[in-house]
Design a protein. Structure first.
Length: 366
């Protein structure tokens, strides 16, 4: 649609992770160095945490594109409150094992044999667990047990754990001492700063042959940062809508007023009542998005999601995909990534309205 209008070769701000658009910010460079260090050590756990939409999945994709698949076998598991036995079956299926028994002991035996055989042939095994904050303690313990498998005194499996910020607290909680001892590196991804936000936007646009049409003003970049808090996924969502708006209005220049108009549109689409502006205690402008007087934003969001049964329907779909087992592993993995992204969007909305509810004087972000 707008690609042809602006002469772009693709969508620069697509929401699904795409390693072609990987932006090596200061934070992402450091996190990538930790992952590379972990691969070099071929031992233990590497933990990468970050808020929803900060680019954890894309970061790992950037790492994996440089790995030789003949030397490293990679399995990615997206967790959604999996029980320990379910996790083991999913790991086995992702590594190509045909699970013919419900016996946990036999499953562990088959996994150890597979890992050992791969190590004997000179290959390493890498397990990436995304959304690790959803793992129950028992499932985490199973991961630790898998990391005990060895061949000639060396571990045969390495594990990367990717999770949201609360996973850091989980690791520090009682009962995780043994896992903590296996963690050889950990890093927390923070959002982009204002300068990196601008460079990030220009980087993604340049990837699709942007010729500065549309032109973005200095205050437009600043406004995008203000409304997105520097979170890459929010930046993508807002900038995609900015390009669509500019196309529909036949604009070739985007300034702060356009960003504010689009942000207002995005906000109004989530709520049945349109945002109303009034003056805060300090005289600054603030937004109120209440359907009824005194109704908290977070309650509104949760009510909206509950009515649609979004979480329940998504969880059911995830369980159905997990049940596909070894059939069409590549497609199953792609479906899991898409569902993780959708879940992330829902959590992103709730996180934002929670912040607004706690600090109503803060300007609303898109």
């Amino acid at each position: 649609m707008y690609q042809e209008f602006f002469g772009l070769t693709g969508k620069p701000f697509q929401l699904s992770p795409d390693v072609r658009f990987f932006f090596p910010s200061r934070e992402h460079k450091r996190a990538l160095s930790f992952l590379e260090y972990g691969l070099d050590q071929a031992d233990g756990f590497i933990v990468i945490t970050g808020d929803v939409g900060t680019g954890k999945t894309t970061l790992v994709q950037a790492l994996l594109q440089d790995l030789d698949p003949r030397q490293t076998l990679v399995s990615t598991v997206v967790t959604t409150q999996l029980k320990e036995d379910d996790l083991l079956h999913l790991v086995a299926a992702n590594f190509g094992l045909r699970v013919n028994s419900t016996s946990k002991a036999l499953l562990l035996r088959d996994l150890e044999r597979t890992f050992t055989q791969q190590a004997r042939e000179g290959r390493r095994m890498l397990l990436i667990v995304d959304e690790a904050q959803n793992l129950p303690k028992e499932a985490v313990e199973e991961l630790r047990m898998l990391s005990n498998f060895q061949f000639e005194g060396r571990p045969v499996l390495q594990v990367f754990l990717l999770g949201q910020e609360e996973f850091r607290a989980t690791l520090l909680s009682p009962g995780f001492e043994q896992l903590r001892q296996r963690v050889i590196a950990t890093y927390h991804l923070n959002p982009l700063d204002v300068e990196e936000t601008r460079t990030y936007i220009e980087h993604r646009l340049s990837t699709v042959n942007w010729t500065h049409d549309p032109e973005l003003s200095e205050d437009a970049f600043e406004a995008v940062f203000e409304f997105s808090d520097g979170v890459p996924r929010r930046i993508n969502n807002l900038c995609d809508r900015l390009l669509l708006y500019a196309f529909l209005e036949e604009l070739h220049r985007i300034d702060r007023s356009v960003v504010e108009a689009v942000s207002e549109e995005i906000g109004s689409e989530f709520w049945s009542g349109r945002p109303q502006r009034d003056a805060g205690d300090d005289g600054s402008e603030r937004h109120q998005v209440f359907d009824k007087p005194g109704q908290p934003l977070e309650a509104m969001a949760r009510t909206m999601f509950d009515k649609a049964n979004v979480q329940q329907r998504l969880a059911s779909l995830e369980r159905a995909v997990d049940g596909l087992g070894h059939l069409g592993l590549q497609r199953v993995s792609e479906l899991r990534e898409e569902m993780t992204y959708v879940r992330g969007l829902l959590e992103d909305v709730l996180m934002e309205v929670r912040a607004l509810s706690n600090d109503p004087s803060r300007k609303r972000r898109a």
